[in-house]
Design a protein around this ligand. Structure first.
Ligand code: AHR
Length: 661
């Protein structure tokens, strides 16, 4: 696909007879011969807390810096009527108390109110808060009203004009720390309100852990996730959930690495950490990006379970991100890191009375999560990785021989690091090697044959992070445009044709906040009210929802794979449970193409359904304004005996579903 000019949207004509004009490509699918089993994990999702994906994103907490624990502990909070350089006789002022002994743990906020008619404390949310008319929001907060000077705490949604769009109050009747809850009902829909807190009474009151969630979270959980975003994930029917990253696993420094043990157990005991993407890119500063770990490892496992996806946690291996400091833990000091991996397996799979199984049990999940996979290192490279990986591998396999270990081939799919890493990992009998590809759309089209000649019989492949970049990797100008999505579709036919080798695949990154992102492109965009799937999302969904369980050969009549000749790409699978075959076709050319497909050795039901994803221009994108610009449309086509004739429009991806008799 070289031309970038526009094309009118041509209806795809699905016809029963051979078209009289144009070049025809004849394809055949052998239904009786299964080449390989397609793993249920073939299409999954990769979640990393980047772009406000967790805090400010799928984690439905609406208060930013709820525990006053950010490096700047008042970040996210405003006192419009207070002055740091005065006694605030007409209002009041808050101070942050750093306490290691107080029951509220760490920081809390001490509000001294001089005049309750003038003092206001505001939380700005994650670039505002989105509220929906008539929806309920559950507020909880801790107060310590030592002298009972404050009679009421009032909480309001307020829009940019100061109008109140919902309110509630609590009566802080206890002198010591106590948690109170109340419900706000939104009177309007608004994407950017703030939460205003006022007080009745003059004096001092301590506040902590001020939290606000929609009542309607995914599955109604109190410490829950955003329903709309999780629904988009569920609709993908992901075979696995890789979490929590990405570079976030490694940290910019070892001190800032992701430590799963600090993310489980009681919510308020989880230790906040700066998000490494807070400071990564000068072009998208996000100084207010932290990890509260309200979405921690328990919640990730729970999400995987909800989605019917295999959990795939990735753990650091004693190496900080090699794009940053690359700090290394000496081999002699690696034991605690290895122990973290062993303990995680116990947390996920151990009996409810085992030390870490007990933690899981205390969080409400006595049954094991049946974790089968673990990733050691994210995008590590060099001998430093190999020697550390080998230590993890030995320890894990000794204790848990059935756990499948995912290893890393580094950040690039070719070159020195890649060659070295994969050859060393193979010597260590690595089971599944994670490969990452961020490259041009053209690279994706050209690499549809990447795995056709890969060696078999050794490690399997996890295409763990990939996305076509319309400008270049990490450019803030990258778009989720149709050219990228279509090129990924072409590439994925190559992954699918090699499903005997490629057993897991996932696009990256998964989520991005409209106002809080650092990286683009991303699979799903959201703001505080809405979320939509990109064209790339719909490509993923079409493949994933039609993954099948047996790989079929689809070839030209002279026996060649369909991987770029005439800008056509194809793969085919069978679902033996539903008795269907799915043929995936991608036309990356600027021309309509005529196809004839023979289904060998099989009578067809008489009709077939085409799910067609296409757009007028390669630069087209879905957006908040037009979230359904590029979505699949359905069309019926007839099959005569075992034969289909059809035309496929320029720049089109389609899945044909054919029922078998
Ligand atoms: O997906 C964004 C980043 O890209 C991931 O954190 C990392 O693994 C890769 O370099």
């Amino acid at each position: 696909m070289t031309k970038m000019n526009c094309y009118p949207l041509l209806a795809i004509l699905l016809i029963c007879s051979i078209s009289a004009k144009g070049q025809k490509t004849k394809l055949e699918v052998d239904v009786t011969h299964s080449i390989a089993e397609i793993q249920p994990t073939m299409y999954g999702i990769f979640f990393e807390d980047i772009n406000f994906a967790a805090d400010g994103g799928v984690y439905a907490e609406m208060i930013k810096n709820r525990g006053f624990e950010f490096d700047n502990p008042k970040m996210g909070w405003q006192e419009p009527n207070s002055n740091s350089y005065g006694f605030n006789k007409k209002s009041g002022i808050a101070n942050i108390i750093k306490s290691s002994t107080d029951a509220s743990s760490n920081n809390f906020c001490r509000v001294s109110i001089e005049n309750d008619s003038g003092y206001v404390l505001i939380n700005e949310g994650f670039r505002g808060m989105g509220i929906k008319k008539n929806a309920k929001y559950r507020l909880s907060l801790m107060t310590k009203n030592s002298k009972l000077e404050i009679q009421k705490v009032r909480i309001h949604f307020v829009d940019e004009t100061g109008q109140v769009l919902g309110e509630c109050s609590i009566t802080p009747e206890a002198r010591d720390w106590k948690t109170y809850t109340a419900t706000l009902v939104a009177t309007e829909t608004n994407p950017k309100v703030v939460l205003k807190i006022t007080f009745e009474g003059n004096g001092v009151i301590d506040l902590d852990n001020i939290s606000l969630f929609p009542v309607n979270t995914w599955k109604g959980r109190e410490n829950g996730l955003r329903e709309d975003i999780v629904q988009l994930l569920a609709d993908l029917q992901p075979g696995f959930l890789r979490f929590p990253g990405g570079c976030i696993v490694e940290g910019r420094t070892l001190a800032q690495r992701y430590q799963w043990k600090k993310t489980v157990g009681p919510l308020w005991d989880r230790t906040l950490l700066i998000n490494r993407w807070n400071t990564e890119f000068g072009h998208r500063p996000t100084p207010d990006y932290f990890q509260s770990f309200g979405l921690g490892f328990f919640e990730y496992f729970q999400l995987a379970e909800d989605l019917g996806a295999e959990p795939l946690p990735i753990l650091g291996c004693g190496m900080a991100c090699q794009f940053n400091t690359g700090e290394l833990v000496p081999l002699a000091d690696l034991d605690p890191y290895v122990q973290d991996a062993l303990d995680l397996i116990e947390f996920a799979n151990g009996p409810a009375d085992s030390p870490w199984g007990q933690v899981r049990n205390s969080m409400g999940h006595p049954e094991p999560f049946n974790m089968k996979y673990i990733g050691i290192g994210n995008e590590q490279w060099g001998p430093e990785y190999i020697e550390r990986y080998a230590i993890f591998e030995k320890a894990i396999k000794e204790q848990y021989p059935d756990i499948v270990i995912i290893s890393s081939s580094g950040p690039f799919p070719e070159g020195d690091f890649f060659e070295y890493g994969t050859s060393e990992l193979k010597k260590l009998n690595a089971e599944i090697i994670d490969e990452h590809y961020y490259n041009t759309p053209e690279w994706f089209r050209d690499n549809a044959t990447r795995y056709d000649d890969y060696a078999r019989g050794g490690a399997k492949i996890f295409a763990g992070e990939y996305a076509a970049q319309s400008v270049r990797t990490t450019s803030p100008e990258n778009k989720n445009n149709w050219e990228c999505a279509l090129s990924e579709a072409a590439f994925i036919t190559g992954l699918e044709r090699n499903a005997d080798l490629v057993v897991m695949t996932s696009y990256a990154p998964l989520l991005a906040h409209q106002d809080g992102w650092q990286w683009t492109p991303n699979l799903i965009w959201f703001n505080n009210l809405e979320a939509y799937g990109t064209a790339n999302y719909h490509v993923q969904k079409l493949f994933s929802n039609h993954r099948g369980n047996e790989l079929l050969a689809i070839s030209t009549f002279d026996g060649k794979v369909v991987a770029g000749e005439n800008d056509l790409f194809a793969s085919s699978v069978k679902n033996t449970n539903s008795g269907e075959i799915f043929v995936k076709l991608v036309n990356t050319s600027d021309k309509k193409q005529q196809l004839e497909i023979d289904i060998k050795n099989q009578q067809l039901e008489g009709t077939a359904t085409a799910l067609i994803l296409s757009s007028d221009q390669l630069t087209d994108e879905n957006s908040f304004e037009n979230p359904k610009k590029i979505i699949p449309r359905e069309s019926e086509l007839s099959a005569i005996n075992n034969h289909l004739s059809l035309e496929i429009d320029p720049y089109t991806f389609m899945v044909i579903k054919i029922g078998l008799e």
